[in-house]
Design a protein around this ligand. Structure first.
Ligand code: HEC
Length: 227
């Protein structure tokens, strides 16, 4: 019984070898994939992203290939397309940012834009991770404007977060400046950080504005109204 199974295996093996040998014979054209057994299994009929079907003249007709050439299946989404989110709590992050990169947009964001992420220790910790990767090189670990890029070169030092200039900067303006950058010295971070990450790091900036505390304490009481 076991012997028979064994010889069966050999027969199957040599059959496979023959099929493989046959399959490798593609004639003289070095661009030919060779004889293909069931080409539909390699080239699924479903339209796949980033495939230029016009480059595949071997399994369809050359005419079809020519007509399809330069027509990849992936397209730019229609203007105004909003990415789908399966998490309703996070769907809002996919909405377009309504404030333009202008002085008016900056002022409006300062008044009405609020951080949807709670100021909790866990979120401040997450914001810190982002800050250490993307911001501390210029702003310094404590947000004093003394990061290695500033110390090692002639780069302009950003103002300290808890100094007079930035201490009362509202969260909407913080987010706006992270999104678009600020003047020429700080670049936009919208392509590196998604909105959720920008709001998390905003919380960490606020933590540093408060001098490394969750709440500012009594100082907040004398902050000018409107901030
Ligand atoms: C290449 C250096 C550099 C990097 C990286 C950088 N910044 Fe800045 N940032 C600056 C400088 C310089 C200023 C001051 C710009 C000015 O006022 O002209 C600034 C200003 C700011 C301000 C004040 C904005 C305002 O409206 O006045 C905030 C808030 C800020 N940065 C947060 C961040 C955060 C958060 C990150 C990381 C996601 C970051 N920055 C990354 C250099 C940098």
């Amino acid at each position: 019984m076991s012997k028979r199974t064994h010889s069966h295996g050999i027969a199957l093996g040599s059959m496979l070898a023959t099929v493989m040998l046959l399959a490798s014979c593609g004639g003289g054209d070095k661009n030919s994939p060779g004889v293909e057994y069931m080409p539909d299994m390699y080239r699924g009929p479903a339209v796949e992203a980033y495939v230029d079907y016009g480059q595949d003249p071997y399994t369809r007709s050359e005419e079809l290939a020519v007509s399809q050439r330069e027509r990849p299946s992936a397209r730019q989404p229609v203007a105004g397309t909003i990415p789908f989110s399966s998490d309703p709590a996070k769907a809002g992050f996919n909405m377009p940012y309504p404030y333009p990169n202008t002085v008016e947009g900056y002022e409006a964001a300062g008044v009405s834009l609020k951080d949807p992420i709670a100021m909790t220790e866990a979120n401040v910790e997450k914001g810190k991770v982002i800050f250490m990767k993307f911001c501390q090189a210029c702003h310094g670990e404590q947000g004093m404007g003394d990061g290695p890029v500033v110390n090692n070169g002639n780069y302009p030092a950003p103002p300290a977060y808890d100094g007079a200039q930035l201490k009362d900067l509202p969260e909407g303006k913080i987010f706006h400046s992270i999104t678009y950058g600020k003047n020429i010295a700080m670049g936009a971070h919208a392509s590196q950080l998604n909105k959720e990450e920008r709001w998390l790091v905003t919380r960490y900036v606020q933590f540093l504005q408060n001098g490394g505390k969750m709440e500012r304490g009594p100082v907040a009481a004398v902050a000018p109204a409107g901030n």
